[in-house]
Design a protein around this ligand. Sequence first.
Ligand code: NOJ
Length: 732
Amino acid sequence: MKRIFALLTILAFIQISVLAQVKSPVYKDKNAPVETRIKDLVSKMNLEEKILQLNQYTAGQNTNINNIGEAMKSIPAGIGSLIYFGADPEYRNAIQKKAMESRLGIPILFGYDVIHGFRTVYPISLAQACSWDPALVTEAAAVAAKEANLSGVDWTFSPMIDVARDARWGRVSEGYGEDPYTNATFGVATVQGYQGKNLSDPYSIAACLKHYVGYGESEGGRDYHYSDISMQSLWETYLPPYEACVKAGAATLMSSFNDISGTPGSANPYTLTDVLKKQWKHDGFVVSDWDAVNQLIAQGVAADRKEAGLKAFMAGVEMDMTDNIYFQNLKQLIDEKKIPMAKIDDAVSRILRVKFRLGLFDQPYTTIVDESARYLQPESKAVAQKLAAESMVLLKNNSNTLPLTASVKQIALIGPMADNKANLLGSWAAHGNEKDVESIAEGLQKEFDSAAKITTAKGCDFDGNDEKGFAEAVSAAQASDVILVCLGEKREWSGENASRSTIALPAIQEKLVQELKKTGKPIVLILSNGRPLELVRLEPLADAMVEIWQPGVAGGSSLAGILSGRINPSGKLSITFPLTTGQIPTYYNMRQSARPYAGKYQDIPTEPLYWLGHGLSYTTFAYGDVKLSTASIKKTDKLTVEVEVSNTGKVAGTETVLWYINDPACTISRPVKELKYFEKKELAAGAKTTFKFEINPMRDLSYTDATGKRFLEAGDYFVMVNNQKVKFTVTE
Ligand code: NOJ
């Protein structure tokens, strides 16, 4: 009897398991390994379903005037991804429901440009890098991820890690400046903030490294333009941030608009497949930039849309952003045997892998949380506040004009940025709302309250030639103890398709300062912009200058804290400020020149106004002599360099020490110096601390050749910090 019962139990169990298998396939089993789930699902998909996964359409209204999408009336349930312009999780869930209820129930990946915050907007990326505080940038990215995720976003098209050395290019604002190491470090920090420890963690969203690769080199600073990049520069300058972020686990990449010496970034088998997939073993996917597949025709490498699709797909672009070319042409290309099925399966698997890793199959819907609990939470605003304060750079401070002392009783607050909110948000401000922003005027009012009287006068607009407001501004200035002049760029002057032939501010803004100067009162220039500026005419008129960039929601109060001395500025530039536009390109890590003492401009100085790394404090720091653990190491050894830094001023301050390397004689010519490490520490007044850098020769001294192969040569090297340059030797 017992045996019969056992047999029946086993039979029942087998039947239940079989039924369960029929009902719930392996790909739906959240405990099955991701690769098993992918294989199972791909084996069940028909060709139409596979092709749909390779396409991205739009949902909602695109407000980016450069990329107006054709309105998608009906969204196919099997679409791979949507650019989702909304912020309403119920709307997203309704679309997702359609997908989940379709034949195979494959969730849609909702992507959006969350670049420097979702609703709690923090400073633009270029500014973030001036904080030299990657841990804080990770926190900010995590805030953005949470707000975005709770609004229905699974995937952000960020970070942009395009090394940018031409400030005319509007997109310098979106990356971390001119240096590969800085872009790599802040890129990794941002990826970690978005993706968390695990993509499937609550609130994690997938990152997308862009624009792969070399987009920052667009000729003449003109967006979408050709870029001529040698293989040496590709490997030395443009690829390293991508390699670092791929190794840090970035889920996806976006292919670039630019043409890399004849082969566009969106049809480049070398960068997209040989380097990314074969060499770096990236197993996520690449999405084209908006219409970038179609643009291959304009770029002159495809005769028609079908050929464009073939080229992009075969090069290694798995998902077609919005131009509908894959949807319309892949089937025919497969029938004609121009695209092998195995390549389609690989592309689909890559996209599904990201969806599985995000946990979308198991939790496809967004949890509904009220907006009041989603956005602008006190802890999120605190991060925005800290990052804004840390990213502002005190460029100049003659005779301690700043911080303002108690004797300042009348402040004239002048300029088009003085009481402006929208422009402080910067480009790509996602769902940022100007009503959340604290303007400079509001920040100052709160900070100084009854301690000083603030009189605000706009003086002039950002551009144009209307000088009617000058008189009011001058009379406010005359009655003041100090003039704060808030100048800068409108938010749409930088960002995508926002190139400028000059990086000077419009003449009207310069003229306003010239008029104010005549009052003889001290002038503090406050600059809010998305790129380095040509300050050659303004700098001599200023007693002090603060670069606040486009600081986001907490800009006003952070600046006010710096002006009052509540916050001691600690930001340092992540990009060089040329003296004039004609000096472009000027960047700190130029290659060594044949005649460093010559090769000068006849009409202007050769030195820029401020190099990368420039930034003042209200205290002073003294550097001791650099000490090496040894003056000579073997290639396999490590060397520790250290420097003692003392706070010699009267207030606490924060110093970032930037460590550079120079190789004076090598098989290939190396840059005059290359940033290899940085560290930031706070020091009480009178305190001292030691900053250390452990040199790992293969990592820090080697160079890559034009194929990406690394070499380390024996010989002399220099380590550089502050204004010291110390030699050491590497032997076999
Ligand atoms: C075009 C931009 O180049 C890219 O950065 C952005 O992510 C996409 N459009 C999507 O909006």
